[in-house]
Design a protein around this ligand. Structure first.
Ligand SMILES: *[C@@H]1O[C@H](CO)[C@@H](O)[C@H](O)[C@H]1NC(C)=O
Ligand SMILES: *[C@@H]1O[C@H](CO)[C@@H](O)[C@H](O)[C@H]1NC(C)=O
Ligand SMILES: *[C@@H]1O[C@H](CO)[C@@H](O)[C@H](O)[C@H]1NC(C)=O
Ligand SMILES: *[C@@H]1O[C@H](CO)[C@@H](O)[C@H](O)[C@H]1NC(C)=O
Ligand SMILES: *[C@@H]1O[C@H](CO)[C@@H](O)[C@H](O)[C@H]1NC(C)=O
Ligand SMILES: *[C@@H]1O[C@H](CO)[C@@H](O)[C@H](O)[C@H]1NC(C)=O
Ligand SMILES: *[C@@H]1O[C@H](CO)[C@@H](O)[C@H](O)[C@H]1NC(C)=O
Ligand SMILES: *[C@@H]1O[C@H](CO)[C@@H](O)[C@H](O)[C@H]1NC(C)=O
Ligand SMILES: *[C@@H]1O[C@H](CO)[C@@H](O)[C@H](O)[C@H]1NC(C)=O
Ligand SMILES: *[C@@H]1O[C@H](CO)[C@@H](O)[C@H](O)[C@H]1NC(C)=O
Ligand SMILES: *[C@@H]1O[C@H](CO)[C@@H](O)[C@H](O)[C@H]1NC(C)=O
Ligand SMILES: *[C@@H]1O[C@H](CO)[C@@H](O)[C@H](O)[C@H]1NC(C)=O
Length: 617
C-alpha cells in the first residue's frame, strides 16, 4: 500500500520513492497513471497493456499436453543435511502451451495397448543416477520422491546441483524432460536465521538459535507497522511524544507478540537506508528476544542496488529476520519492469538464506515481470471502498482501462457483475485465486506462495468507506486462507480497537501449534457445502479443510451480510466417521453425523474454525 495514505496522519511515512528510479514506463507525457491507467479527470482512457490472458485451447486431433515439472522440495538445503526430495507434477491439459504432446496410450510387453497412466522417471546428474525407474501417476501434483543430498554436490551438464529428469511412457514412445536445480548452502555461523520455502505445501520453514537449530514451520500473521510507533517504543529518549494513533492504546512489542502476532513488518519512513540504522538495530534485538519475526521492507530503496548492499549486511546476525520485501505495489507505481528481478539477484547474492517478497496491487498488470523478482507474492485487495465504479477521489469512472477506485478492477456492488453483488467479498477471493492462476498461465514451475494483506486500516479522505467491523476484519483474513494464502500481513498497525480485538482473537487461534501444523503442513482441500434445509442445493458458505492423519481443520466462512442458511459439509475422512468436533473459533453450534459436520446459521458474516477428529474405535 503506498500513495493512498499520503493524506493520512501517517503521511509522514510516505515516499522518497518519487525521486528514485525511472519515471513510469508506459504513460504518455504528463499523464499520471495507477496500474498503468490514467486516473485524472483531465486525461482520457488508454489501454495500459500488460494484461495476461489465459492460455488458449490447444488445437489439432491430440490437444492434450503433459508437462513434467520436477523441483526440489525446499528452496535450499544445508550441507549438513542428508535427505532431500524432489516434488513431481505431471499435469495433463488441453490448454497448456508449455507441455509436450500426450496420447493416452502405451503398448505393453505382449503388444497389447492400454492407457498411459504412469510415467516412468529417471533422474541423474552427470553419469550418476539419483532416481531410477520410479513410476508416478500421470496428471498428478505434489508427488514426493526422496534422493541422496550428497549427489547435489556433483556437477552435471547444466552445472553444479543441476539434475536432469527424463520421463517416458512405459513403452518409451512418449518422452518428457526437465531440469531441477538443487541449492545447497553452508550452515550459518553468525547466529542469523535461515528461512526456506516448502514447495510441497507452500509454507516457510525457519531455523535459527531461536529454534535451537531445528526447522520450524510458521504461519506468518501480523501487520505492517508504523515506524514512528516502533521508534517511539524502542527509542523513547529521542521520541518523547507518542505518535497519533487510531487506537490510543500503547502496547509494547512484547504485548504485540503476546496477542498472537508472530510477524512484524516495519514500514520504512524513506531515505536511502530505509530506516535509522541504530534504532533498527535496537528493534531487531528486541525481536530476537521475543522470537517475533521481521519482514524487512525496502520499498523506497529496492531500485538502488548499492543501497541494498549497504542495508543487508547489518541485518544478517539477527535470528528474527524472516524475509525481505522489495516492491510495494510496483505495478501500481509502474516501477521499471526489470526492477524487482534486479533487486532479487542483488539480494540473493548477499543473502541466499531468506525469501524475497513484494505486494501487487493491480488486478492484471505485468504480473510475470513484477513477480519474476519474488519468492512470495502478496496481494493487497482492499474491497471496502466507497464505490467500485466511480472514483470519489478523482471524480472519474473506474473500469479496466481507466480510473482509480482504490481496488483495481474490483466489482463490489457493481450490478454489471451480479456475482459480486451477491458476494461482496468476491474481489478478495478472486484476487487470491488469480495470483495462483496467473502463475499457471505463465508456466511458473514451482508455485510461489501467496500471502494476503487484509484491509485493517481506514483513511477517511481516500477511497475507503470506513473501518472494517470485527466480522469483516475476520472474513477478510479467513477467505484468503481458504483460497490458499500462506501468510497474513494486515495494513496497518496500530489499527482501530475493534479490528485489533478481532485480529488478536484470530491470531491466538492461528498461532496454536495444532492449527499451524494443519494449515502449513497439512493437505488443503476445497469442500462443497450444501444447504441443510433444501437438500443438496448449493450453499454460499466458503469452506476449506486441511487433513493431517486423523485430524482435520475446517474453516467455514459465510461471506455475506444476509443471514446464513445453515449447512452440511461432507468431510473427506477416507470412509471414517467423525468422532469429535472442537470449535476453536466462532459462535456457531456444530454437530456431526457420519463423515459430515452440520450447522444451523446464526449470524451474518459468520465464521467457524473447527478441528474434527475421525477414526473408528
Ligand atoms: C493530463 O492531465 C494533466 C493535468 O492533470 C494535464 O496537465 C495534461 O496535459 C493531461 N495530458 C493529456 C495527454 O491529456
Ligand atoms: C504389434 O502390433 C502391431 C499392430 O497392432 C503389428 O503391426 C506388429 O507386428 C505387432 N508386433 C508384434 C511383435 O507382435
Ligand atoms: C487415460 O485413460 C484412462 C483409462 O480410460 C483414464 O482412467 C485416465 O483418466 C486417462 N488419463 C488422462 C490423463 O486422460
Ligand atoms: C487432470 O486432472 C485435473 C485435476 O484433477 C482434471 O480437472 C483434469 O480433467 C484431468 N485431465 C485429464 C486430461 O484427465
Ligand atoms: C487519541 O488521543 C488524542 C489526544 O488525547 C485524541 O485527540 C484522539 O481523539 C484520540 N483518538 C482516539 C481514536 O481515541
Ligand atoms: C543509493 O544508495 C547509496 C548508498 O549506498 C546512496 O549514497 C545514494 O544516494 C542512493 N541513491 C539514491 C538516488 O537515493
Ligand atoms: C532496466 O530497465 C530500464 C528501463 O526501464 C533500462 O533503462 C535499464 O537499462 C534496465 N537495466 C538493466 C540492468 O537491464
Ligand atoms: C455495498 O452494498 C452494501 C449493502 O448495500 C453497502 O453496505 C456497502 O457500503 C456497499 N459497498 C460498496 C463498495 O459499494
Ligand atoms: C473506461 O471509462 C472511460 C471513461 O468513461 C472510457 O473512455 C473507456 O472506454 C472505458 N473503458 C472500458 C474498457 O470500458
Ligand atoms: C452447484 O455447484 C456445482 C459444483 O460447484 C455447479 O456445477 C452447479 O452449477 C451449482 N448449481 C447452482 C444452482 O448454483
Ligand atoms: C459410521 O457410523 C455409522 C452410523 O452411526 C455406522 O453404521 C458405521 O459403521 C460407522 N462407520 C465406521 C467406519 O465407524
Ligand atoms: C444423521 O444422519 C441420519 C441419516 O441421514 C439422520 O437420520 C439423522 O437424523 C442424523 N443425525 C443427526 C444428529 O443429524
Amino acid at each position: 500500500m503506498g500513495r493512498r495514505w499520503l493524506n493520512l496522519s501517517t503521511g509522514l511515512l510516505s515516499f522518497a520513492k518519487v525521486a528514485l528510479g525511472d519515471p513510469p514506463f508506459n504513460n504518455p507525457p504528463g499523464v499520471d497513471v495507477w496500474c498503468g491507467k490514467a486516473y485524472r479527470e483531465t486525461n482520457s482512457s488508454f489501454d495500459p497493456g500488460g494484461w495476461l490472458d489465459p492460455p488458449t485451447l490447444n488445437s489439432g486431433p491430440n490437444p492434450l499436453r503433459l508437462r513434467l515439472n520436477v523441483y526440489p522440495r525446499y528452496s535450499f538445503y544445508l550441507e549438513t543435511e542428508k535427505k532431500a526430495s524432489f516434488i513431481v507434477d505431471t499435469r495433463v491439459s488441453d490448454h497448456d502451451p508449455y507441455g509436450k504432446a500426450y496420447v493416452n496410450s502405451t503398448t505393453g510387453t505382449n503388444n497389447e495397448t492400454g492407457p498411459f497412466t504412469e510415467l516412468v522417471l529417471k533422474v541423474s546428474i552427470g553419469d550418476t543416477i539419483a532416481v531410477d525407474n520410479v513410476r508416478v501417476p500421470v496428471n498428478s501434483t505434489g508427488i514426493e520422491i526422496p534422493f541422496d543430498l550428497d549427489l547435489a554436490k556433483l556437477t552435471g551438464e547444466a552445472g553444479p546441483g543441476a539434475f536432469v529428469i527424463s520421463g517416458s511412457s512405459p513403452d518409451g514412445s512418449q518422452t518428457y524432460d526437465d531440469l531441477a536445480q538443487v541449492v545447497v548452502l553452508p550452515e550459518r555461523s553468525d547466529g542469523g536465521s535461515m528461512a526456506r520455502l516448502d514447495h510441497l505445501n507452500g509454507g516457510v520453514h525457519v531455523s535459527s538459535s531461536l529454534t535451537k537449530g531445528a526447522w520450524r514451520s510458521i504461519l506468518p500473521m501480523g501487520f505492517y507497522t508504523r515506524w514512528d510507533w516502533i521508534s517511539w517504543l524502542v527509542d523513547p529518549d529521542n521520541n518523547p511524544e507518542p505518535p497519533d494513533l487510531a487506537s490510543n492504546e500503547t502496547i509494547s512489542l512484547q504485548q504485540y507478540k503476546e496477542r498472537g502476532y508472530n510477524l512484524i513488518h516495519p514500514v520504512p519512513p524513506g531515505g536511502w537506508a530505509s530506516f535509522d540504522t541504530a534504532i533498527f538495530e535496537k528493534f531487531l534485538t528486541i525481536c530476537d528476544e521475543l522470537e517475533l519475526y521481521v519482514m524487512y521492507d525496502m520499498r523506497h530503496t529496492y531500485l538502488n542496488l548499492s543501497s541494498i548492499s549497504y542495508q543487508l549486511p547489518r541485518l544478517q546476525s539477527h535470528p528474527s529476520l524472516l524475509l525481505y520485501y522489495t516492491g510495494d505495489e510496483p505495478d501500481g507505481w509502474t516501477d521499471p519492469l526489470n526492477g524487482t528481478i534486479l533487486a532479487y539477484n542483488q539480494i540473493k547474492e548477499i543473502d541466499p538464506y531468506h525469501p524475497i517478497s513484494l505486494v501487487l496491487n493491480c488486478y492484471n498488470f505485468y504480473f510475470k515481470e513484477y513477480t519474476s523478482g519474488a519468492d512470495i507474492i502478496l496481494e493487497d485487495t482492499y474491497n471496502l471502498i466507497k464505490s467500485s465504479t466511480f472514483s470519489t477521489v478523482y471524480n472519474t469512472p473506474c473500469n479496466r482501462t481507466y480510473g482509480d477506485c482504490g481496488c483495481d478492477f474490483c466489482h463490489i456492488n457493481d450490478t454489471a457483475y451480479p456475482e459480486f453483488v451477491e458476494n461482496p467479498f468476491q474481489d478478495v477471493v478472486e484476487r487470491t485465486n488469480r495470483m495462483y492462476q496467473y502463475q499457471h498461465w505463465i508456466g511458473q514451475k514451482e508455485t510461489k506462495p501467496v500471502w494476503g494483506v487484509p484491509q485493517w486500516f481506514f483513511d477517511a479522505d481516500s477511497f475507503w468507506s470506513r473501518w472494517a467491523t470485527r466480522q469483516e476484519a475476520i472474513v477478510l483474513a479467513l477467505l484468503r486462507i481458504n483460497h490458499g494464502a500462506m501468510g497474513l500481513v494486515g495494513w496497518i498497525f496500530p489499527t482501530s480497537p475493534e479490528v485489533e480485538s478481532a485480529t488478536t482473537d484470530l491470531a491466538k487461534v492461528l498461532a496454536r501449534e495444532d492449527v499451524k501444523r494443519l494449515l502449513v503442513d497439512g493437505k488443503g482441500h476445497h469442500l462443497e457445502p450444501f444447504n441443510q434445509e433444501q437438500d443438496h442445493e448449493n450453499s454460499s458458505y466458503d469452506v476449506a479443510g486441511w487433513v493431517c492423519g486423523d485430524e482435520m481443520l475446517v474453516i467455514v466462512v459465510w461471506p455475506k451480510y444476509t443471514m446464513p442458511d445453515g449447512s452440511v459439509i461432507a468431510l473427506p475422512t477416507g470412509g471414517k466417521n467423525v468422532t469429535g468436533v472442537q470449535v476453536l473459533f466462532g459462535d456457531a453450534d456444530w454437530s456431526w453425523n457420519g463423515s459430515s459436520v452440520v450447522t444451523k446459521g446464526t449470524m451474518p458474516l459468520e465464521v467457524s474454525i473447527l478441528k474434527a477428529n475421525f477414526g473408528g474405535y
